[in-house]
Design a protein around this ligand. Structure first.
Ligand code: M7G
Length: 206
């Protein structure tokens, strides 16, 4: 008996650049798409844990049909909640990443009708691990419109959009077992793209 997930998910991997000529697109690879709990465990048990990945690797687990990139039309108005674990040796990154993936595919990061969560990401970097949740919107107006509509907001008010995003941030903070004084930060992809990195200035924290 297979236990179906409420949608299909695709696992992606970013392999570390080997030389100067490598660009983002050459490094990002689709691994596999799945649709049941059993398939998830089969895949999980057969891939390298985050703790064994080389620096500059990423795993991305996204809803099928959404590429884990700022450029994807479905991420155009979006952003992400993220937290960096700077003490790499003391953190159980494998367990935290597993719990983050389970929260995503089990749809416990948001209420199902919210439809904000696009995927989850783990980055392995020289000085830290980063876990993030990508969202469809940023809870802000589209600058070019000025008609009060939230970008991609399904007709929601700005307040409601922000509340949905804040709840996702709070849920991520719980999943990552962070103490109250540690902050999970939200940033929009547009700012990240401009800064050339996701270390863009955060606009929301929980
Ligand atoms: P990062 O992995 O988000 O954060 O971006 P880091 O700076 O802490 O490592 C690292 C680099 O990967 C960026 O400067 C981009 O060159 C590239 N990169 C990351 N993302 C998520 C994207 C993306 O969505 N699109 C493109 N074109 N490049 C990206």
């Amino acid at each position: 008996v297979k236990h179906p997930l409420s949608c299909r998910w695709t696992l992606w991997f970013t392999k570390p650049a080997s030389g100067k000529g490598d660009n983002w697109n050459d490094l990002l690879k689709k691994v596999i798409t799945f649709e049941s709990v059993e398939e998830f465990w089969g895949i999980y048990n057969n891939i390298a844990p985050v703790s064994e990945l080389a620096v500059k690797s990423d795993y991305h687990l996204f809803k099928e049909g959404v590429r884990p990139e700022w450029e994807d039309p479905q991420n155009k108005h979006g952003g992400k909640w993220a937290y960096q674990f700077k003490d790499k040796r003391s953190v159980n990154i494998d367990e935290l990443w597993l719990h983050t993936m389970l929260a995503a595919i089990g749809e416990t990061l948001e209420d199902e009708e919210d439809g904000e969560v696009m995927g989850v990401v783990v980055n392995v970097r020289k000085g830290f691990y980063r876990i993030g949740v990508w969202t469809r919107t940023t809870g802000r107006h589209i600058a070019s419109r000025g008609d009060g509509d939230v970008a991609g907001g399904k007709g929601r008010s700005l307040e409601k959009s922000k509340e949905i995003l804040m709840n996702i941030g709070r849920r991520l903070k719980e999943v990552l077992k962070l103490p109250p004084n540690e902050m999970v930060e939200f940033s929009g992809h547009t700012e990240a793209a401009q800064a050339g990195s996701t270390r863009a200035k955060a606009r929301m924290v929980v």
